[in-house]
Design a protein around this ligand. Structure first.
Ligand SMILES: NC(=O)c1ccc[n+]([C@@H]2O[C@H](COP(=O)([O-])OP(=O)(O)OC[C@H]3O[C@@H](n4cnc5c(N)ncnc54)[C@H](O)[C@@H]3O)[C@@H](O)[C@H]2O)c1
Length: 442
């Protein structure tokens, strides 16, 4: 592989397949670092928008829109809805979505399609790097055979394969790309060396080499670890609520004990990654063990149930005023899965909305970052019997309790994100329920 000197002098052409949160960010970062980048996505509208220099990501995303406009204007980034232009690429990064189905298994529909199409056009000697999160064993078990079949070439002879899982978070896409350490998993030592040379042009983070399997395990394990820790915080939050304590005070004191880093309880876990990556990790051993890994699936169960728990808080608060959920208008604040983001994938709010609707409520939704739900946040609550805070968007932190109470038909407020103090809500005349806050605390 003669890539390293050509990476240094920026003469390699880099392809990026999948221009979503991850692929668009890395394409912009590489083009800004001086590479010629060719992006491909099957979403024709997205390709048209990016070609016009418009950023399709709407949340607060420092620098992304400006840099995107610059690299498309200078033609350092050119994007297409077909794979033919990837024939010029020396390195191709694969950034397609990798969801799991309702049974918790990934079928890698986008990944298989992308590799099949790429294999048909890629040039001899190309380095293919999977950045998408995949189940352990996918690079050698799915990606390599699909590329071999479609290209008629052999791994480590006619093409090279690596896995450098992405670690970005919406809201900090470019900042994370530049700063975070990453494992560079390669199926040969030369592949690892070329990956380190490439990624060191866009990140100051530490780059350590390993094989693809190790990199796959690292990524899925780090997100499963987070999910399990969030589940513990959520379970403790519900225990505090049940016995009449304040989770935040308990957490504060727990974290004074050495080596403890208890996370914050909340109304649910969403996004494209944390709800599915634990299942990708579990998928690696399904059928080989006596059972599915138990801790991982238990944690998923706890976190998935959090918006259902919020439904119970709403029912309980309305019940105090003798108001049935059936027929009541209920306003849900926040639809994105994360504060100040437009990412609505696996939104916990949708679970709450579905549950309340099943119970006969009329649900109104507000989210400043999601076009379909933007608008005046108080107008959305007009005549509602309850308001529920589901996402800690910055604009919700300055909630005017007096104004909210004036527009509501009933003074019921439920807080799933520690945005409102119980005492302030009660002083303003609300019937209040706060996730993680029991009745004895105010
Ligand atoms: N979103 C995050 O914060 C994040 C963070 C770390 C890792 N990841 C991982 O990165 C991967 C991508 O995530 P994302 O959030 O960018 O997803 P996304 O859904 O925003 O983007 C995926 C893009 O791939 C395109 N695509 C699908 N099939 C294609 C095909 N056959 N050919 C070309 N394009 C195709 C889609 O149209 C879409 O634009 C996933 O594996 C995810 O788990 C995501």
């Amino acid at each position: 592989m003669q890539l390293i000197p050509r990476i240094a002098d920026r003469t390699v052409v880099i392809g990026v397949v999948g221009l979503g949160y991850v692929g668009l960010s890395v394409a912009v970062a590489l083009a800004s670092a001086g590479f010629q980048v060719v992006g491909v996505d099957v979403d024709v509208e997205r390709v048209a928008m990016i070609s016009a220099g418009e950023c399709p990501i709407r949340g607060s995303e420092p620098e992304l829109a400006e840099l995107l406009a610059r690299v498309t204007a200078s033609k350092k980034l050119a994007v297409f809805a077909d794979y033919a232009p990837l024939a010029t690429a020396d390195v191709v990064l694969v950034d397609v979505d990798t969801p799991v189905s309702s049974d918790g298994r990934a079928r890698f529909v986008s990944l298989r399609a992308a590799c099949g199409a790429l294999g048909g056009v890629m040039k001899p000697g190309v380095l293919v790097v999977v950045e998408s999160t995949v189940a352990p064993g996918t690079c050698t078990g799915v990606v390599a055979p699909t590329l071999e079949k479609a290209s008629g070439r052999k791994l480590n002879e006619g093409f090279f394969l690596g896995h450098c899982p992405e670690r970005v978070m919406p809201g900090r896409l470019l900042g994370n790309l530049r700063e975070l350490p990453r494992p560079c998993g390669g199926e040969s030592p030369e592949t690892c060396e070329a990956m380190v040379a490439l990624y060191s042009t866009i990140t100051r983070g530490r780059l350590e080499t390993c094989d693809c399997l190790t990199a796959e395990l690292v990524k899925t394990a780090e997100n499963a670890y987070r999910d399990v820790n969030i589940a513990f915080a959520n379970e403790l939050g519900m225990i505090c609520e049940a016995v009449g304590a304040d989770f935040r005070r308990v957490r504060e004191l727990v974290n004074q004990s050495p080596g403890r880093d208890l996370l914050v309880a909340g109304a649910g876990v969403g996004g494209h990654c944390i709800p599915k990556d634990p299942w990708l990790l579990a998928q690696a051993v399904r059928g080989q063990w006596e059972a599915t890994p138990r801790l991982i699936s238990a944690a998923r169960g706890v976190n998935d149930a959090m918006p259902v728990h919020v439904t119970h808080l709403v029912e309980d608060a309305l019940g105090e005023l003798g108001v049935p959920v059936h027929g009541a208008k209920i306003t849900v604040y926040g639809y994105a899965y994360l504060e100040d983001s437009d990412d609505v994938r696996n939104s916990p709010s949708q679970v709450l909305i579905d549950r309340l609707s099943e119970l006969g409520a009329r649900v109104a939704v507000h989210d400043p970052w999601v076009r379909a739900y933007a608008g005046d946040m108080y107008a959305v609550a007009d005549g509602a019997s309850a308001a529920v805070l589901m996402v800690a968007h910055t604009s919700y932190r300055d909630l005017d309790l007096g104004r909210l109470k004036r527009v509501l038909a009933r003074p019921v407020l439920v807080d799933g994100r520690f945005l409102v103090e119980s005492r302030a809500a009660r002083d303003a005349g609300f019937v209040f329920r706060g996730l993680g806050r029991g009745e004895k605390t105010t």
